[in-house]
Design a protein around this ligand. Structure first.
Ligand code: UDP
Ligand code: MG
Length: 167
């Protein structure tokens, strides 16, 4: 089944200069990258992304982690990988959520750690199923930023809005 998945290289991945290594590992999947960007993560975006964990005791620290406040790197790299069984292929390479339980050759097993505060710093996010992928991709990307048509779109008239242009 052709699928799309959101991939985030989390702030610890960027701080540890792991972008190249992680992308090289993901290239083993032979999937196609159909969108990519660096994002400064607002609290609202972080909270929305992890809304399923809102009730967890580690939620506030997790939000700080995704926003880069634990690593002095206030950004993440967001990508969309697309192709046959994209979700299971990427999740397998990523490894288990807990980096200590993850296969040692997986991305999280190789590069992740558990902080003293108990947060799993596991360097990468991968959507876990189709509906989560759709929700997350729509949260992180607009249709024009993706080079294939993943989901139905509609045309909307925007009121005149100020945007930044090159001076
Ligand atoms: N997380 C954590 N402690 C936990 C569970 C999750 O620190 O006990 C963090 C970890 O960074 C994880 C993220 O919260 O990647 C999202 O959790 P989820 O259960 O969705 O795991 P994932 O889909 O990332 O494997
Ligand atoms: Mg998850």
């Amino acid at each position: 089944m052709t699928q799309a998945t959101l991939i985030l290289i989390k702030p610890d991945g960027l701080k540890k200069s792991l972008t190249g290594n992680i992308l090289t590992r993901l290239s083993e999947t032979k999937l196609e990258i159909v969108a990519a960007k660096i994002v400064r993560v607002s609290r609202q975006l972080a909270e929305e992304h992890y809304c399923h964990l809102k009730e967890k005791p580690f939620f506030p620290e997790l939000i700080r982690y995704l926003q880069g406040e634990l690593h002095d790197r206030r950004k993440v790299m967001a990508l969309i990988y697309w192709g046959e069984d994209a979700i299971s292929k990427c999740r397998e390479l990523a490894g288990a959520t807990n980096p200590e339980k993850a296969e040692s050759t997986s991305i999280r097993g190789s590069y992740g750690r558990i902080t003293t505060a108990g947060i799993y710093e596991n360097v990468i996010h991968v959507s876990s199923n189709d509906s989560e992928a759709e929700r997350e991709i729509k949260l992180w990307f607009s249709p024009e930023e993706i080079i294939v048509n993943l989901y139905p779109t509609k045309e909307v008239a925007r009121k005149e809005k100020k945007v930044k242009a090159w001076a």
